[in-house]
Design a protein around this ligand. Sequence first.
Ligand code: NAD
Length: 671
Amino acid sequence: MLEKIESLELEHWKTSLDSKTIMWIEFCHKGKSTNTLSSSVMKELDILVSFIEKEVLNKNKKICAGIIFFSNQPSGFCAGADVKEFTDIAKKSEWAQASLEIVTKGWLLYERIEKISRRLPTVAKVKGFCFGGGFEFALACKFIVAVDHDSTSFSLPEVKLGIYPGWGGIKRLPQRVGIFQGMSLMLSGKFLNARKAFKAGIADVLVPERTADLACERLIKQNPKKRDLSFFNQVLAGPLKRLVCIIIKNNIKKRVKERHYPAPFGILDLWKYHNGNPTVETQIHNRIVGSPTAKNLLRVYQLQENLKGLAKKYTKGSDGQVPPTLNHIHVIGAGTMGGDIAIWCVLKGLKVTLQDVSTSQIAKILKKAPLEVKRKFGNKYKQMKLCDMLIPDPSGHGIKKADVIIEAATENLKIKQEIFAKIEKDALPTALLCSNTSSIKIEEIAKGLKDTSRLVGVHFFNPVLRMPLVEIIKSKNCDQNFFDLAVNFTGKIKKLPLPVKSSPGFLVNAVLMPYLLSAMRTVDNGISPEDIDSAMVNWGMPMGPIELVDTVGLDVCLAVGNTMTNDDPTPICLKDLNQKDHLGKKSNRGFYKWEKGKKVKERKLKLNDDEQRNLAENLIQPLINRTAELVTEGIVESEEMADAGVIFGTGFAPFLGGPINFSKNNKIESL
Ligand code: NAD
């Protein structure tokens, strides 16, 4: 039989038959370090499945006891469909039809795998990534064996790209874990590690790597009956299906609007009407995939990959030398930003020394870090190990040994210059020196150094633990190698680096301020903060501009507004509230009243839907205009980078694909 398989000349699938007549099929995407289900891989899988149907199932049963699918790729089992192929097709006008063909082929193929699995035990042995179409492939097998390893992770993230799991995930995941849990995973695109996947019922077995093969063989040999869903879950998916759908739909409506994000609603409808089969009719597919949201979210995904790619590109300095390893980070300033930067680096497995003039600030962060580590990692040993990597260092001994030094001290030029003068004396000559300043020119801070070319602006966003973007600021005389190293470091800590030139507010604050100021001027003109915020949230922003001002702090907005917009008058309401010390959330009073970090009692809305939409279009215009100007001025390299920066730095409605993309498509009327 093996000779026959060999004659198929498959490039991405390697097959062998062991002495127990178990067929081992290894998925190894030729020429790639990560397996994806590209069209060529799927074509070969089709050939392989046809072979199994013809030569294995229909022949003498003893020829094969069962099949184990696995991968030895370092990144894992499979990262899902080839999104690059998808985004390329998405640019074409007949995209909805072309994508339906891809979906149909995959659906039918996985149905055949499931059919094989009913007659012959099949196992997916999963270590590392198991995402999207790869996860759906594993679900089509009879058993899933999860290798208990840090890298093992299951997810159906399609909803984040504005599309849906069309290769059987909508049908098979709820069959394994029940409808509420299955939908919750599909509608959030959440990632589950091996232990959580086992607990949820996704994996049949959880094993350490060394016994994984044995566990797979045992499943083939014993071929136990597939676990049934609990009676309760069967009732939910049966007689109570209509009620369940109403509950789930109401929950989705609380989070998103269908006109902005059609995919979650479509996923539910596909389950409700066709048990996840997208080939029965095209209406739901077209509603999801034919929407501008799907195209825009796929574009946003590509932009995100481009930013990640920048960090990978800079694995060598421009002088051709391999950059130093970046394992020890020294953070100066343990306040809001420095404290969280330190914790983030520890979460990414780096050693951190934390310095501050205030030991109580350091103590606060040492108390917070274990909570964050625990939230992220269930493993107690790992928790202990990571917490040990955060070292209090009030005297700054770490400066002498650190690979990266990040200054996040109070926003004061003199303080920062003094800090860097001291750093320069003690730091390694190879150490990367960074400042997290939001408003002081990097060139000014660098005057504290003898070698001014060493300083790079590395601007994190608040809250650091949630915001993915870091602006990397290149000052006029910045050394290219250090700049590249900063980009590389940002990728290493799994943030998205956005290179920008030194300019007031860089990109994100520079586009945000005109938007916030115009919102406050609208308050001056008599429109309530509630109406303004509601208009922008309905338009698609994650938070209204006035609430954002209250969150950032009215004092900060006044200071930043003054440095960035010299010509325009400061909003009267901003000045007045500052004079009264109503500084926002932190002082429990700003435009809103706040109690324990929550807004209290809002005034009733006065504007109707049309008025709100008009207001939103006017309010967003300054942000769009400023973004375009910064591209023209060369502060940010390209329109794509600008869109990515504004989305990941401000939360600008991702379904619109970024301000420049939005203004080009000018889809206001369809919102
Ligand atoms: P913060 O006031 O919360 O913290 C500053 C810390 O620096 C304090 O703990 C203070 O004790 C310490 N400090 C002051 N002088 C020091 C010195 N000489 N040596 C060591 N430590 C010293 O401020 P923050 O909000 O964390 O801001 C820090 C930096 O990050 C600023 O440059 C700010 O512009 C920038 N930033 C802030 C935000 C934000 O939203 N807060 C966002 C991005 C960037």
